[in-house]
Design a protein around this ligand. Structure first.
Ligand SMILES: *Cc1c(COP(=O)(O)O)cnc(C)c1O
Length: 483
């Protein structure tokens, strides 16, 4: 743009006129309220949206590319229209998505889906007062832990139980309550980091305990623990390695043996079991994962595990074990800071009741249902989903059914792949990344994965054939392939 270009001088002065015609935020808000076009909305909110519309309009005028109004007279109406459009389009950032990633317990997508009974319990607890901490028998204050404690004990064989907001909090609370200022012995092979910046050494430091590492990365022997135990040892800690495996020349001390070593020295063993299955998953055709009850039976004094990994409940951290230890945890002020709200307790209670009372858990708990779906079922789902998606995408996308490998996710069974089926979507001119972006903008958004030049929609956690055929804005210039 140069000074000798008369067109640009004109448009400069035009811009000035358009900008000067912009009403103040206050004027615009008053006009909207007067016309009843923002009825029911708070004035502060309308003001915010008008302010946003004003800066968007100013930017559009400055950029000069298709200003929202051609003449100064039209500016006030255009600003009001932009504000109303912004209000209409203003939805929560958080919205439902379709998980076609092939990762069953996907932390970024909110982990476990709740069982219907748990969803109903959450809604009931949200809608009306409940006896969260009120003992209806005695007419006196009660304990929210008691709502889930009996089922947790029955399901794990433990004497007592408590619940906090997640397993990271459970580990922190256990260590701080039982070993603050003292030494906790851990195998070097178990000093793990899992996603979301949970690192055992850092958690221990924050819990106020001193880490005493024993053994080596790949091999730790009973003798390593025996020799490290001293007058300042408060606990032996065992940690499920979750998202990694030590393979090859390896040795670890099993929980039963570790408990025996502890017993000889009068020292308790605490185990962070991570995903912590309540039921034996082998019954559902899945790889074996440590079951909480087995660890208690083997002598762990305390076991912590997540409520929203393999258990398939709400985000929570469950702690089960000996009554004397649980009492120390409950007396710690940290417990008050980490306690769960009524919605979590309601969902957890309903989920645990299913575990305690239901024969076929895979029918009742969505996580177990997704994990145990057969390839035959997924094959049928793929065959029905493909034409529905093809109809939605039009003739220029290529969709084929392919074999795929799904995963449990969230650090559970990292080496175990679940054979699955997927729809492989390609287009002659659109990249896989562009196709993925198009699906992310769908209503609801569909999240898949990219593999080479293809966009892959894994069906393992997709509920029904039509679930992938969502409302999509297909870029008009790709509906016909370039020749
Ligand atoms: C997942 C995991 C945690 C953290 O659990 P959250 O419920 O995500 O807080 C801690 N320890 C182990 C071994 C884990 O696998």
């Amino acid at each position: 743009m140069s000074d000798s270009d008369p067109g640009s001088r004109n448009s400069d002065s035009e811009r000035g006129a358009l900008l000067r015609a912009m009403p103040s935020v206050d004027e615009c808000v008053r006009a909207l309220v007067r016309d009843g076009r923002t009825a029911g909305l708070g004035r502060a909110y309308v003001t915010l949206m008008v302010r946003r519309a004003q800066s968007a309009m100013r930017a559009a005028i400055m950029a000069g590319n298709g200003a929202p109004a051609r003449t100064p007279d039209a500016i006030p109406d255009a600003l009001a229209r932009m504000a109303l459009e912004a209000i209409a389009a203003d939805a929560s950032v958080m919205r439902p998505v379709v998980n076609a990633t092939g990762i069953v317990i996907h932390t970024n997508l909110g982990r476990a889906l709740l069982a219907e009974a748990a969803i109903e319990a959450v809604v009931a607890a949200a809608r009306a007062p409940i006896n969260l901490e009120y003992d209806l028998e005695r007419g006196a204050r009660g304990d929210r832990d008691s709502i889930v404690e009996a089922d947790l004990c029955a399901l794990t064989g433990a004497e007592a139980a408590t619940v906090v907001n997640n397993n990271a909090a459970a580990v922190m609370l256990a260590l701080n309550s039982l070993a603050a200022g003292r030494e906790v012995i851990v195998s070097r092979g178990e000093l793990i980091e899992i996603g979301g910046s949970f690192r055992i050494p850092d958690v221990m430091e924050r819990a106020g305990v001193r880490l005493r590492e024993v053994g080596t990365t790949n091999r730790t022997h009973p003798d390593d623990y025996e020799r490290a135990i001293g007058p300042d040892t408060a606990l032996l800690l065992k940690v499920h390695p979750s998202n990694y495996r030590v393979v090859g020349f390896t040795a670890e001390v099993a929980i039963g043996e570790l408990a025996a070593i502890g017993a000889r020295h009068g020292i308790d063993v605490v185990e962070d079991l991570g995903a912590g299955a309540l039921a034996d998953l082998a019954a559902y055709g899945l790889p074996r994962e440590p079951v909480v009850a087995d660890r208690i039976a083997a002598g762990a004094a305390l076991v912590t595990f997540s409520g929203d990994k393999l258990l398939g409940g709400p985000q929570s951290g469950l702690i089960v074990g000996r009554r004397g230890l649980l009492e120390k945890l409950k007396a710690n002020p940290l417990k008050r800071a980490l306690r769960c709200d009524k919605l979590t307790i309601a969902a957890l209670d309903a989920t645990l009741r299913l575990y305690a009372r239901t024969e076929d858990l895979s029918a009742a708990i969505p996580t177990l249902r997704y994990l145990s779906r057969t390839v035959g079922e997924l094959e049928m789902l793929a065959a029905r989903a493909r034409p529905l998606l093809a109809e939605r995408l039009g003739p220029h996308f290529d969709i084929t059914i392919v074999a795929s490998q799904a995963e449990v996710g969230s650090g559970s069974m990292p080496n175990e792949k679940l054979e699955s089926r997927a729809l492989r979507v390609t287009h002659p001119t659109l990249s896989a990344g562009a196709i993925a972006a198009m699906f992310r903008k769908g209503r609801p958004a569909v999240i898949g994965r990219i593999s080479g030049d293809a966009f892959i929609l894994d069906l393992r956690t997709v509920d029904e054939p039509a679930a992938l055929a969502v409302d999509l804005a297909i870029p008009f210039d790709v509906t016909a392939p370039k020749s």
